[in-house]
Ligand binder design. Sequence first.
Ligand SMILES: Nc1ncnc2c1ncn2[C@@H]1O[C@H](COP(=O)(O)OP(=O)(O)O)[C@@H](O)[C@H]1O
Ligand SMILES: [Mg+2]
Length: 343
Amino acid sequence: MSAPRQALSRPANTGQSVDREPRLLEVSGLTTRFDTPDGLVHAVNGVDFHVDRAEIVGVVGESGCGKSVTIRSILGLVRPPGRVVEGTARFNGVDLLGLRAAELRRLRGAEIGFIAQNPFSALNPVMRIHRQFANILAAHGIRSDAIARDRARDALADVGIAGPDRVLDGYAHQLSGGMAQRVVIAMAMLLNPAFVIADEPTTGLDLTVQRQILDLIRGLVQQHGRSMLLVTHDLGVVAQYCDRVVVMYAGKVIEHGSVRDVLTSPQHPYTQALVRAVPRPGHPLVHLTGRLPDLVDYPAGCPFQARCPHVLEPCGHVFPEPTTSASGRTYWCHLSQEREAVR
Ligand SMILES: Nc1ncnc2c1ncn2[C@@H]1O[C@H](COP(=O)(O)OP(=O)(O)O)[C@@H](O)[C@H]1O
Ligand SMILES: [Mg+2]
């Protein structure tokens, strides 16, 4: 005879006390403002998302949506008049936003590699490349110049630079955009971080070089079981390089989920508009019209209401509750309640 039914209906919380390993990165309620002469800019408004081990998460949205401010907030790189006013960013369980500047500097580089948008602003124009590698290593306790040169040579070889000595003895302005970004990637990977954050790492490079650089970064991430947050405004890049995607609009996350779920059946009207704006054979190209709302006079309700083809009455005054599917895809739209109602 089978076990009595009661045995199956134990209290629902059984097992919840088991300690789970903290997520690699868990961002919660992140809110960043800029206090400008024109007023308070609501750049990032209660952003939640996470990154697990060995996954590549894309952050996508039009220019001005708050992608860079989000990652700069996480990395402690927001400068006045900007300020993180709320939220947490737990990295292996430790809140980065609560760390002292020196501790955060140590973590950046050693545990989190950052690849910025413009390699020439990341490189020092008046210091030989070798010295810049040596300084990174010195800041982390490796002071021998000979060891620094060996480590830098290896790092440059890993990013496909043949003849690394010539690069090491030169200056940033002697490099092409693609080469400069390779050097920045080598610097980001120098201390073998488990997590890489790349902010539009191929902006300004020609298309072939863009692919080469993205292939290179993905290779370095996957080969070492690293994770990556890849910021881009290009859904094609998300489709090709990411496992999951976070869609941002006006400083809020409005949809996130697996790349397959989000790109093949986008649920938020903004994500739908982004997907329609990607050139694909056999599909009409529909350009995204309208503009982001004023981030100083931030709208009540859903920030996409002014551009949305499906506006409902509550959109003008209440930000919607999330709707989550079994596969974990979540979106924030009042249409979901409407869809539920007609079922
Ligand atoms: N230093 C600053 N002062 C005032 N506003 C800023 C500053 N930096 C960013 N912002 C504002 O924050 C918003 C988000 O910017 P950003 O994160 O750079 O967008 P994205 O990276 O998605 O293109 C923008 O409206 C931008 O104008
Ligand atoms: Mg940006």
